[in-house]
Design a protein around this ligand. Structure first.
Ligand code: 5GP
Ligand code: ZN
Length: 113
């Protein structure tokens, strides 16, 4: 499959990993938008939030626990962080493999839209 994040999940493209298990990978964003900026992906290919099926809901729930643990590991748990999913063209989603951005390490700017 021609998907950048599937290739990263499979180790075919290198990444700076923060956490990995059989279902998820957390790695540093190549173009950080904050002092701490990592991406949380499921290893299962799901293109967008719109494509999450009922059978995926338990896994998506666990993804939040992975985010919580990553924030702790990265030392931004108490200072705070932002967890973002971009879905579709208007959001600017660039990689069509579902992911959360975990951003922190400084006071973040207000969300715009
Ligand atoms: P999106 O706009 O789809 O929500 O975010 C995609 C993110 O993936 C961007 O923040 C971008 O910097 C990051 N990204 C794109 N290509 C690569 C890559 O090859 N490696 C890593 N680590 N991050 C990437
Ligand atoms: Zn994929």
């Amino acid at each position: 499959m021609d998907c950048l994040f599937c290739k990263i999940a499979a180790g075919q493209i290198p990444s700076n990993k923060v956490y990995e298990d059989d279902q998820f990978l957390v790695f540093h964003d190549i173009q950080p938008a904050a002092p701490t900026h990592v991406l949380i992906i499921p290893k299962k290919h799901i293109a967008t939030m719109n494509d999450v099926a009922a059978e995926d809901l338990a896994m998506i729930g666990e993804m939040h626990k992975v985010a919580q643990n990553a924030a702790k590991k990265l030392g931004i748990s108490e200072s705070g962080y932002r967890l973002i999913n971009n879905c579709g063209p208007d959001s600017g989603q660039a990689v069509y493999h579902i992911h959360y951005h975990l951003l922190g390490g400084a006071k973040l700017g207000a969300l715009t839209g």
